[in-house]
Design a protein around this ligand. Sequence first.
Ligand SMILES: Cc1ncc(C[n+]2csc(CCOP(=O)(O)OP(=O)(O)O)c2C)c(N)n1
Ligand SMILES: [Mg+2]
Length: 366
Amino acid sequence: MGTVASFDIGYTRYLDPPGASPVSSSPLPPFATDPDALLPLYRAMVLTRQFDLKAIALQRTGKIGTFASALGQEAVGVGVASAMRAEDVLVPSYRDHAAQFVRGVTMTESLLYWGGDERGSGFAAAPHDFGNNVPIGTQVCHAAGVAYAVQLRGEKRVAVCMLGDGGTSKGDFYEGMNMAGAWHAPLVIVVNNNQWAISMPRSRQTAAHTLAQKAIAAGIPGEQIDGNDVVAVRHRVGQAIERARAGEGPALIEAITYRLGDHTTADDASRYRDEVTVKAHWQAEPLLRLREHLLKLGAWDAGREEALVRECSQQVAQAVEAYLALPPPDPAAMFDCLFATMPAALQEQLATARRYAAPHGQPNPN
Ligand SMILES: Cc1ncc(C[n+]2csc(CCOP(=O)(O)OP(=O)(O)O)c2C)c(N)n1
Ligand SMILES: [Mg+2]
């Protein structure tokens, strides 16, 4: 038998975890030796971690609903969003607030979302970005449609879609990616492979050796990166985005990371995974990785670390204060944006909501 086609899946890492042998012989991308370019990335990762800590506490005290933390995966979101232009379109999953914060979404908006408030899905600073997508993988179809639309309009914009490893087992993922490939549309798909789909490990989700290779079937390039290395994420995703912008078509990037926390606040991961493995992954976590690099560049020290953590936690506290001070939304808001003309059944529900909810602007007596 001859060979009609063969494919390679590349892997990129620049910042090695302690004890790991170097992968890349290529020099660091220029921004990676410039503290002025790196410090905003580090700050965004620290801010996300502080936000996650606080959001979990808010869920525990009943101030928000279920929450999905990005603990250990901060470099994926920060790297992706920092490689985008403001006019690009982020189509995220529910675990992508690190990316959203870099896009200008406020922490108060994010808390509103997790508090079940429709106002948390409209972003003042990123009005064309999509809201958090909870149905797994369906956002790949939306993102393919966005990419097709900007292509038809002749705009130099790129749709960037984020989803999890579990999402790549869904038909929507294949369908969206396939159409983007067929249309040669400007779409970059970033798979956040955090090794788990709730309690289902990556090893049991698919027999595929990599998730990146799923792109090959759609006729688009696929590659892996170390998702805990913000330099690799920003650089490789940035290159894919600029290729897409230049009309060179879509790409898929699988970012390998690890979910250090529970799936959400409704989960207890200690029931299905052992602590020794989780502890080992703490050695490779993304903040530590960039902090070590900044130390080597002489751009960081314990004093600056302490000041940054303090500043970020204060910023989170202010966002929480603003969230808690907002009057509840008009109960009618949850019926908006569903139908051009509201069906009778929903009109009835709306009337019920109005009867039992507190008047708009008043705290609910319950
Ligand atoms: C269509 C659909 N099926 C099932 C679920 C329930 N569900 C919520 S999260 C999740 C796992 C997703 O795992 P992954 O895509 O790896 O993302 P992660 O949560 O790890 O970021 C599932 C199955 C859902 N939200 N949507
Ligand atoms: Mg996952």
